[in-house]
Design a protein around this ligand. Structure first.
Ligand SMILES: [Fe+2]
Length: 229
């Protein structure tokens, strides 16, 4: 995997890491599993996590400073995970998105309700020259009975990012099965931890150390390093 391009390990700005100490612990834990670059992606979801450059970059700086103090040599960058909503469209219009790299933007949707006009969001992103990276497609259970929707989104130019936790079974059987099906159909492009807290780290560590992750994923052509190194 090398590069983890989806995590909530910047301190104190969303539902992820609560403080610098936890952030450093998460980074240490993931480095032990072979990750050597982090693109941290705090939520930008105005109603709940109204993050922006003004909250994200100071959090990044404080984390980098602490890593340096502790002599932990690792690349840490910041982008965001955007909820597809009306506020997102405003940011898109103003051309002020924080991409993962180049023009790749990490986006998520509600878990409960199907996003209306998802085609329009993808179209608007494409028109502006962005490529949407859809976070954890396997977790939108309202698509589980509609595999064609996934094909459609891929055809429209979405990159799909699977959560390692989904494959580990953390979110339950249905999500795991969909993650496996998307892998089988070679529709997944990149993998991320989406790590928020210590339980996630423990679950991922167990998944890797048990050999289950390697067995399942070693041969899969993930594009993390190609796209985000
Ligand atoms: Fe996330």
């Amino acid at each position: 995997m090398g590069v983890d391009m989806h995590s909530h390990i910047l301190p104190g700005i969303d539902d992820g890491s609560k403080d610098i100490k936890s952030s450093v612990a998460f980074i240490r834990g993931l480095m032990e599993l072979g990750i050597d670059k982090f693109i941290c992606t705090p939520h930008i979801f105005t109603e709940v996590y109204p993050n922006s450059r003004e909250t994200i970059f100071p959090a990044l700086e404080s984390l980098r400073t602490e890593l340096k103090t502790q002599k932990i040599d690792v690349q840490v960058e910041a982008a965001a995970e955007y909820m597809l909503d009306l506020d997102f469209l405003e940011l898109l219009k103003a051309d002020s998105l924080l991409p993962l790299r180049n023009r790749h933007v990490l986006v998520e949707m509600s878990y409960q309700v199907e996003t209306r006009n998802v085609d329009q969001f993808i179209f608007d992103l494409n028109i502006k020259g962005y490529q949407p990276v859809l976070a954890h497609p396997e977790r939108y259970i309202y698509y589980h009975g509609n595999f064609e929707q996934y094909r459609k989104m891929k055809d429209q130019g979405c990159i799909f990012q699977v959560n390692m936790l989904s494959l580990a079974g953390y979110y339950g059987k249905g999500v795991k099965q969909m993650a496996l099906q998307l892998l089988k159909e070679k529709m997944i492009d990149v993998i991320g931890t989406d790590l928020h807290h210590i339980k996630h780290l423990e679950y991922i560590t167990k998944f890797v150390r048990s050999g289950a992750a390697g067995k399942l994923l070693a041969e899969y052509p993930f594009r993390n390093n190609e796209l985000f190194r």
